[in-house]
Every structure is written in C-alpha cells, then in structure tokens.
Design a protein around this ligand. Structure first.
Ligand code: 26Q
Length: 886
C-alpha cells in the first residue's frame, strides 16, 4: 500500500551571479535559446496566425532580454500554459480580440490545451508556482525535470470506483517545448569501478543512454525575464542501434536497447513492486541528476574563460533538492569533481556541501525514500562507494561529537543517523560495541573485563548449550536478516548545507522529531520556508472577476506583485457595496461550476447552496473519510426530521470532492468508491432535494482546480494534526475568499493567524497530543462518541447500496483487525468536527457575517504569495539577488 501522493523526480538549482547586480544587455544565444524563442509562443494549428503575430512582436522573447541562466529550479504540475503566458505578457485582451477576428473565442482555444501533469500533487505544483515567482522577480533560475511521455493518469469513475487511464498529453504535439538536439548528455548505468594508473577510481559504465533537452520557457509577469524549464527525454545513443540484427530480421532484438532507453521517460512513478520497476525508478532519478549536473557543470566551465576555479562553483551554482528524489545529485557531483575533474575528496566534499540544499515535504515515515543497497550497487557502483565514504565520514563526525564513553547512546545515534541502514559498523569503531556479555565493560573504569576461569564454560556445558539453541532454532521462525538500505533523506541532511521544512509547524516537527538527532548535531542547518502560491495563476487569471474587484477597491492592480496591498481590503470589510459586488462575483463563479458539474457528472446543483469543497490527493491522513462521515451524519439527521424541520435546521450544501488515489493504494480507492456511493443515494433522495448534494468530480487536476477554487465558500483541510507538511490549496482557497475548516496542521496554522481566528473554523486534536491519543486508542481506552457509532451503524445498514464497507469502517475500530486501529484518529476528531460544521451553518445563514469573513480571508492572504517564499529562499539559502533589468 502506498501512502503517498507521488510526484516526478525534480530538483532545483541556482547559480549566483559573479557581480552582485547583473545587468542584462546583450541577447545571449547560448544553446540557441533566444533564436528559437523568437517564434514563441509557437503556432498551434488552430491559432496559428494570431499567435504568431503577437509572438513576433512580444518584447518578452524577441528583444535583448535573455539573461543566460544562473539559477535553476524544478517543476512538475504546470497545468495549462496559454492563458498563463499571455496573461503574464499582459496580452490577454489582444489575443482574445485577434482570435475573435478569426472566428474563435479565447476560452475555446485555451480549452484545447491538455494539462502538463508531470507531477502528482502539492510537491510538483509548488515547484511550478516557484518558477512563476522566480521569473517574475527576475531571479536567475532554471528548473530541471523529466519529460514523461504519459502525464499523471486520467481518472475515470466507474461503478467500482477509480479507473486509471493513460494520459497521452504529447499526442497532438506540445507547442510549448523546444527540442535541443544539440544539448544532450550520455548517462551510464551498471558496469564496474576500476583503478586508474594514477590510483584514482573510475567508473566504466555497462549501459549508456542519451538524455536530450526539451526546453519550456517560463515567462515572468510584467517583466522581460523568461526562465527555462529543461526537461530530459531519453533515447538510445545513435551508434548503438543494432543494424545487423535488424537486417537479419531480428527486429525486436534490434529495438530492445531503444525501448530500454525510452522507457525511462514513459511514466511518472512506474509501479515499484517488482525489481524491474525499482530499477526503472532509480534509473529515472539518476538520469535527472546526471544529465542536469553535466549540463550545469558544462555551463559553469563555458563561463570560466579557460581557467576553471572549482572552489567558486558554489558561488555560482546552487542545487535545491525538491524532496529526496534528486538525492543522487550528491554522489554524482562528488564523482564528477573527483573522477572526471581530478579534485581530491576533501575539495569535492567542500564544494558539494556548499552547493546542495534539501527541502523536506513530508514527515510520514513510509514516505522517506530508501533504496536497496544491493540494487543501487549494481546500477551505480561508483556512487555507492562514494555514499559509503560519506557514511564513514558521518560515523567519525558523530564519534568525535559524542565521544565513546557512553556506547549505548552512541550506538543509538549511529543507528538513527547513518545513511546506510542495517549495516555492521566499520571495523575501526565496531570494537566499542562488542557484546557486553562476552566483553563486559567495567562501569567504573570503562575498560573491558577479561574473562576469568569462573566464567569459562566446560566442553559439556558448551555442547549442551549448543543442543539447546539448536532446539530453540528449530521451534523459531528462521531469523530474517533485515535488508541493507540507503536512506536518501539522511544523505540529504548530511550533505546539504541547508535543510528546510515548508510551514512553521512542519519545520518544528522536522527539528524535534524526524531529524532530531541531526538537529542536535547541526542546529544551524535547519530552517523554515513556508510555502506559497503564485497570485497570478491562483487569483488574477483563474478568478478575473475577483481580480477586477480587488483592483477596484484597492485602487490599483499593484497587489498582483505586492500582495501586502490585499490587506487594504480590510477597511472595506463592512462596506455594503463591496459586499454586494463580492457576493455577485462568487455567484457567477458558482454558476460556472454548476454547469461544469452538470456536464461531467449529470447532477444539477443549486448555485445558491453553500459550495463546500475538498479537493486533494486521496489519502487516509487527509481524512476525506471524516468529511464523508460528517455528511452521512448530516443526512441521517435530515432523514430523522420532517420537511419543515429539515429546512429550518440545515443550510443547503453542495459537497464537492475531487482527487486521485495512487493506483495501488487500496484504502484510498475504497474511500472514492464510498463517496460516490453516498452521493448516489443522497442525490437521488426526494426528501433531500437541494438541501444536500454530494459530488465527486472526476479527474481532478490543475485546470479543474482553477474552476472550483474561485467558486468555493467553504473548503476542508482536515488532516490529522502533524501529518500535512503544509498544504498549498488551503492558501489558494483562502485567497479566493473561501473560508477554511481545518485542523491546526501545516500552513493552516499560519493562515488562521493571518486571517484572524474568527475567520477560520478550527477543530480537532493538536499535533502534540496525537502520540498519546494513538496510544490511548491502541490500549482500548478510547470510548467513541455515540454519534460516531450511530453513523457507522447507519453505513453498515446498507443505505448506500449492496457494497459492504467492512474494510473501511473496520479501519476506524479500536482494534488491529482492519488496518491500523484508526491511526488517523477519525473517531477522536469526529465530535469536534461535526460541532464545528454546525457553527459553519450558523455563520452561513448570516450572509453579512459570511461575506465579511470571506473578504477578510482574501485580505489576510498576502503572506502566502510564492513571491515571498522565493525571496526567502534566495536570501537565506541561495544567496542570490534579483537581476536588474535595463
Ligand atoms: C517516497 C518513497 C519512495 C518513492 C517516492 C516517495 C515520495 C513520493 C512523493 C515521497 C514524497 C512524495 C510527495 C510529497 C508531497 O507531495 N508532499 C507535499 O508537498 C507539498 C509542497 O510542499 C505540501 O504542501 C504538502 O503538504 C505535502 O504533502
């Protein structure tokens, strides 16, 4: 069972300009970027002449504005590009007019574009927001990633729940990419390590593939800066096509190497149950790291005017590892510096350490990546040698910090901090931990006590003992040797000069819990960088009516770049005119969603009902189950009343769900099936009518988010406290005047602080209490609320169809029968959740109060612009400044 939202490997890099303020003067045609950009955006067949006209005259791509990249960052979940690109160029109106002359609307043209869904969820989308901010703020930055042939699967909903269908996003071509056949690198796998005559290690690869660059320009808003997202596509080296096999009629054999190379970029997160699947994933990660680093290094050398000063590399380059997927950058940079460029270990280590930094995006233990040592050694033998050296160096650091006087404590530290898991200690330190029974250590002197005659066992005793242990062994399960693993996050923390979490509470958990031993050793490495989202895509473009309203009431559109101006709305929070316009805007957006829902699901909804939305990856810790059980409770209460009581007691609601479950995550798929079954019953119940609708929107993606978020009134961010690193949709909802119901988790904590406690519906257990609550639960001491028991009984009674939900309901029981004894504490938080939902109804009935809360959410959301986040990364981690444009 995978407990994760999965994202493609990605990472981020920056190089620092040598001059503090780089002035952009001449067009730079390095790698042909500028010349190709002169016909950009490219001409998709349907909009050819219009697009081309503007492309040739846009200042963005054709004037002398292209600063060669100094910095790099990664992305994944970009969504559609057209409206964003013309919006950032401030050409939307002109495009719309031009298209109209051609007999098209901008809307229909835009809707032809498939989403670039090269990521799974929060992690990938965050990187896309970061790219938008980097470009907008004129930071010299690039992104690197893989060009997957198939994006994240399309979700179909059937009577059995989710069905995954391949998403061939490149089928009709991708006009936003520029292939750079002249920018390609060889990436090696397998092979062996040999010692050269100079005594240095060298890796002879056994299998070669080629990674070719595809560049996706990322235009900034209201700036000439365009940065680059470089995606790698893999192919077989041209001289390795087996022509003779092909001519001999062995067609499959001849194409084998080709398929082998190309399949690296087929899909995001190929299943990793099989050995083959694991190898493929590791190949993906290494391809990304190797090709990108070769590219970065080549650029650094080209700019070094003949004399390369490697010690300056970290002044020009930073690699920001977006989670652990690009961890192999560490041994790869070490390998290139030592084996190819001839630096010593200590020179290479200093450079690597100053170059790489790590962002952690999850605290779920099962999400901390580990790779089989044996597999890694086969695929990347030289990298494993380097990792072993780093591990050895770490052991020495730990020993020199803590000494050897307390072997027990030292051993605990080593077990938790080492990069290599389930390994014996190196011979140099192993003696310290010899079995105390064999070599007891004198408590006072700390020295080993020699065995005396009295301790000596006789031959007979020994043979009896042997017999006894043989018998014991026969009765016991055979001892399983735990597999040797490489812990990627530990490697990142050890090698990175900075480690950051993505919201304040998460960064505290990273320090106090996940990496506490490292924090004690290197407190100065740890930082927080609260996430953010781009206000361009997530207010200005997706909600043009609200954008116009904000501009009108704050007297300018400055807020798009300076979100602190949003707080000016506070002074109009009670203004009746603003209230009326605000509500009208929301209603228009709700009407659009209503027609979308009709088209996608066949259900009609009342646009005057409250739109209550939970859209995110389906995961037990995100607790979609808590939401749907709250709905079941509401439904049951409605059924127990007569029509008049129902109407008096409940605010009409449209409850919208959306999100994909990872294909092998069985429990998540059961949750989807359950939600759609509950919806099918409630939505057809004539007693209920418009009072309650439950809709699961199929195939939730960036484009669907852009439609739903502007129409939202209540949104749910209800994870078990301490488990959601940050969340970013919470920020998008709040910006769009949506009120959040949530736990004190991730960025919710900071959103509540910013928008004010009265404008956030808070419920549930606190992060610091979760461990003891779980313990209480596991010990059978927890007595569930009777309303919760009632709901479970109602579900089991079969109201929602013939399907049995035993596994789902069983997972909420206080025993280990099904799953993890309500590990996510749904039962515990249920009473406070439904009581909070009652408060939501009361607040919504008072539309003046609700509208004020909504305005205060938008007004209080300025902190959550990714512009703020990027400024912080630039200052505190990358040490770069924006370029000054002339
Ligand atoms: C782990 C082991 C093996 C293979 C893959 C993985 C893996 C896959 C995906 C580990 C992590 C992920 C994805 C994590 C992720 O999306 N985290 C989200 O990041 C967002 C941006 O910081 C946060 O807002 C979300 O709270 C967090 O869940």
């Amino acid at each position: 069972v995978s407990l994760l939202t999965r994202v493609k490997p990605s990472f981020c890099v920056r190089c620092v300009s040598s001059e503090p303020k780089q002035r952009v003067r001449e067009p730079v045609t390095e790698e042909g970027v500028l010349s190709d950009l002169s016909t950009f955006p490219p001409d998709a067949a349907s909009i050819a002449s219009s697009i081309k006209y503007h492309a040739e005259f846009t200042p963005l791509f054709s004037s002398n504005n292209f600063e060669p990249s100094k910095a790099f960052f990664a992305t994944a979940q970009s969504g559609r590009a057209l409206l964003n690109a013309i919006g950032n160029l401030e050409l939307t109106g002109e495009y719309a007019d031009a298209l109209e002359k051609l007999g098209h609307t901008l809307e229909t043209v835009a809707s032809q574009e498939p989403d670039a869904a090269l990521g799974n969820g929060g992690l990938g989308r965050l990187a896309s927001c970061f790219l938008d901010s980097l470009a907008t703020l004129n930071y010299p930055a690039w992104g690197y990633g893989l060009r997957y042939k198939y994006g994240l699967f399309k979700q179909h909903l059937t009577k059995d729940g989710q069905e995954e269908v391949a998403e061939n996003w490149l089928e009709i071509g991708n006009p936003w990419e520029i292939v750079r056949n002249d920018v390609s690198y060889t990436v090696k796998f397998y092979g062996k390590v040999v010692m050269s005559s100079d005594g240095k290690s060298r890796w002879i690869g056994g299998e070669d593939i080629v990674a070719v660059a595809y560049d996706v320009p990322i235009p900034g808003y209201k700036t000439k800066t365009t940065i680059n997202l470089r995606l790698w596509s893999t192919k077989v080296p041209s001289d390795q096509f087996d022509l003779s096999a092909f001519n001999a009629g062995e067609h499959s054999k001849a194409c084998e190497a080709q398929t082998n190379a190309e399949k690296i970029c087929y899909i995001l997160y190929p299943g990793d149950e099989s050995e083959e699947g694991k190898i493929l994933r590791l190949k993906q990660q290494y391809t990304l790291c190797s090709a990108s680093l070769q590219d970065i290094i080549a650029r650094f050398e080209r700019r070094s005017d003949g004399s390369v000063r490697w010690e300056e590399f970290p002044d020009k380059v930073a690699v920001q590892m977006n989670d652990t997927h690009p961890t192999l950058c560490i041994p790869e940079l070490m390998r290139i510096l030592m084996d190819v460029k001839g630096l010593t270990w200590s020179e290479a280590w200093k450079i690597t350490e100053r170059t790489v930094a790590y962002t952690n995006h999850t605290v779920l233990p099962e999400a901390l990546e580990k790779w089989s040592y044996e597999l890694m050694q086969r695929l990347l033998p030289r990298h494993v040698e380097i990792i072993e050296m780093i591990d050895k160096q770490l052991i020495e650091d730990i020993i020199s910090e803590y000494g050897t006087s307390n072997p027990e404590m030292l051993e605990k530290k080593l077990v938790s901090m080492r990069i290599l898991e389930n390994f014996d200690l190196p011979a140099s330190v192993a003696g310290l931990f010899a079995n105390p029974e064999e070599n007891p250590i004198d408590d006072k002197t700390g020295e080993k006590v020699e065995a005396t005659d009295a301790d000596t066992v006789t031959d007979k005793e020994e043979s009896e003992g042997e017999e006894k242990s043989k018998n014991e062994a026969a009765n016991k399960e055979p001892a399983i040797t735990p597999p040797k693993m490489v812990r990627m996050a530990n490697l990142c923390v050890v090698a990175g000069h900075s480690v950051n979490g993505v919201a304040e509470i998460h960064s505290e958990i990273v320090k106090k819990d996940v990496f506490n031993d490292f924090f004690q050793l290197w407190p100065e490495k740890f930082q927080n960088k609260t996430n953010g989202v781009t206000p361009r895509r997530w207010i200005h473009f997706c909600n043009p009516d609200l954008s116009a309203l904000i501009t009108k009431w704050t007297s300018s559109n400055d807020w798009i770049l300076k979100t602190e101006k949003l707080s000016e709305l506070q002074k109009f929070a009670d203004n009746e005119d603003l209230h009326n316009e605000w509500r009208a805007t929301k209603r228009i957006n709700k009407i659009k969603v209503a027609s979308f829902l009709k088209e996608k699901t066949g259900y009609s909804v009342n646009p005057d009902a409250m739109f209550d939305i939970q859209v995110k990856r389906i995961h037990e810790y995100k607790r979609q189950l808590l939401n749907i059980l709250g709905i079941v409770y509401r439904y049951k209460k409605m059924k127990d009343m007569n029509a008049a009581e129902r109407k008096a007691n409940f605010v009409p609601r449209v409850c919208i769900f959306g999100g994909k479950a990872f294909s092998t995550y069985v429990q998540a798929k059961r949750i989807i099936k359950f939600i759609t079954d509950v919806g099918a019953t409630i939505n057809h119940d004539p007693d209920i009518g418009d009072l309650l609708k439950v809709i699961f929107v199929p195939d939730y993606n960036v484009t669907v988010a852009e439609l739903l978020i502007p129409a939202s009134e209540l949104s749910q961010h209800i994870s078990t406290a301490g488990m959601e690193a940050s969340g970013t949709s919470n920020m998008k909802f709040s910006m769009n005047g949506c009120i959040l119901i949530g736990t004190l988790d991730g960025a919710n904590v900071e959103i509540r602080q910013e928008v004010g406690e009265d404008n956030f519906f808070l419920f549930g257990a606190r992060a610091e209490d979760i461990a003891s609550l779980r313990k209480e639960r596991a010990e059978g001491k927890f007595v569930p609320d009777e309303r919760f028991e009632e709901v479970k009984k109602f579900v089991k009674s079969g109201v929602f169809g013939p399907h049995n939900y035993d596994e789902l309901m069983g997972s909420l029981e206080g025993n280990e029968g099904f799953g993890r004894a309500d590990y996510f504490l749904v039962a515990k938080d249920f009473p406070s959740y439904i009581e909070c939902q009652e408060k939501v109804d009361v607040a919504y009935r008072d539309q003046r109060r609700w509208t004020k809360m909504s305005i205060l959410n938008t007004a209080g959301s300025s902190k959550f612009s990714s512009d703020r986040t990027i400024h912080e990364y630039a200052k505190d981690i990358w040490n770069i400044q924006p370029l000054e444009l002339i």
